[in-house]
Write a protein that binds this ligand. Structure first.
Ligand code: HEC
Ligand code: HEC
Length: 375
């Protein structure tokens, strides 16, 4: 058992090392099946490693966390993760009756069949109204310390209530309107009773149930994870070179770091800054000048499924993403100093793309829409 923990510890230590070690091109990818790290953290979860390398989530052993992901799912103390809440949250996630005209659910824009996004540059909501940002994936969203491209929500619970009353998303006049709609659906009451020990429906409980469901949407056990865990046959030559570049010369781990490849921090790459009215991103939430045009670092796991890319969906392919980084981002007053010209060769660009494709999860976290909803 301890071997696996040491491996995880070594991996984390190496990732941390790679993220800090950015001055020169000396960062190294984590060695596969490295020797035990002296600073390996103490195991916090009972280790029951399955053949596929998954392990039970800390505090919610009924959830299997795929190989490569942190078993700490950031479960809030006041919202323990239970199977009953996850089941209820799944129904609410897919239930179009949470929208004003019964046409839109969370799954409309975060569709499990489309990488838990809508594969649109920006999302269309109720009455075809267009938002201004691209829908991020829900996969592994529990690992972000802040939610939304600008980080304005502190948790999945806080995030979940936003879209329901957003006039261009689900368009409910108020959360009271949603509560009265749900309270009129008799069969929801026993499900709230089971999940919360009390049949009354409140917006807080709706948010807690949806967040609980989202917390179980996990993508890992990619070729990269299996390779890093010691299976040297899991990645091909190009993917291995791409991995070296990602953690080394190309500096991607200055921001895409940790088990979900995000520092949960905000950076300006210059995307969309040439528009007449740019989206100021993180600045909207903090009003700090330095945050202008900065957006949250998104995960690169399951990235093949979530095109188009960036907060405004303006980059169509992974090849174009690499071109953007190669030229050092788009020049603007607030460009992150961590984005620098890379001068990659054609082969190196192809290798980086191959590496990102090797981050597809196995199995992909697919969830079927419920066949029947409470009436
Ligand atoms: C009309 C499309 C639409 C609908 C409906 C919708 N979302 Fe979103 N969602 C978005 C967009 C666009 C963003 C990014 C907005 C931003 O960052 O300002 C987003 C952001 C998120 C995020 C943050 C992810 C991250 O990486 O920061 C989560 C989680 C999420 N939505 C879950 C939900 C849930 C749960 C529901 C249902 C209650 C829902 N969404 C309904 C379009 C939608
Ligand atoms: C300075 C921090 C930083 C560095 C360095 C960095 N990224 Fe990013 N990455 C981001 C941020 C922030 C975004 C979102 C920017 C936006 O939408 O405006 C992003 C977006 C992406 C996306 C699109 C994800 C999506 O869901 O839309 C991919 C793919 C990506 N980066 C890959 C890479 C690769 C490969 C490298 C190394 C060559 C790299 N990144 C280096 C911070 C960084």
């Amino acid at each position: 058992m301890s071997q696996r923990i040491f491996r995880t510890g070594a991996l984390l230590a190496a990732l941390l090392f790679a993220s800090q070690c950015t001055k020169k091109e000396e960062a190294k990818p984590p060695a596969p099946a490295a020797a035990p790290a002296a600073t390996a953290p103490a195991p916090a979860a009972p280790e029951k490693k399955a053949a596929d390398g998954s392990q039970p989530a800390i505090g919610a052993p009924f959830v299997r966390v795929p190989l490569g992901l942190d078993p700490d799912l950031n479960i809030p103390k006041d919202n323990p993760l239970t199977p009953e809440k996850v089941e209820l949250g799944k129904l609410l996630y897919f239930d179009k009756r949470l929208s004003k005209d019964v046409t839109i659910s969370c799954a409309t824009c975060h569709d499990p069949k489309r990488g838990w996004t809508d594969n649109q540059p920006v999302s269309a909501g109720i009455h075809g109204g267009m938002g201004t940002r691209s829908a991020p994936t829900v996969i592994n969203s529990t690992y972000y310390l802040l939610q939304f491209w600008d980080g304005r929500a502190k948790s999945l619970e806080e995030q979940a209530l936003g879209p329901i009353t957003n006039p261009v998303e689900m368009g409910m006049g108020s959360h009271d309107e949603m509560i009265s709609t749900l309270s009129n659906i008799q069969a929801y009451r026993p499900l709230f009773q089971k999940a919360f020990g009390d049949p009354n429906i409140t917006k807080e409980k709706v948010a807690m149930a949806i967040a609980s469901f989202e917390r179980t949407v996990l993508g890992g056990n990619s070729k990269f994870d299996r390779y890093s865990n010691g299976d040297k046959t899991a990645m091909n030559e190009s993917e291995i070179r791409g991995r070296e570049l990602f953690f080394g010369k190309a500096n991607c781990t200055r921001c895409h770091v940790g088990s979900n490849f995000s520092d949960s921090d905000f950076h300006n790459l210059g995307v969309g800054m040439k528009k007449p009215k740019p989206d100021w991103g993180r600045y909207d939430a903090t009003k700090e000048e330095k945050d202008k045009g900065a957006f949250k670092t998104p995960t690169v796991r399951d990235i093949t499924k979530t095109a188009p890319y960036m907060h405004d969906g303006s980059v169509a392919t992974l090849e174009e993403v690499i071109e953007l980084y190669d030229r050092g981002g788009e020049p603007n007053k607030w460009l992150s100093e961590k984005v620098v010209k890379l001068n990659l060769t054609a082969q190196e660009k192809a290798d980086l793309v191959a590496f990102m494709k090797a981050l597809d999860s196995s199995p992909y976290p697919s969830v079927e829409e419920p066949k029947e909803f409470p009436q």
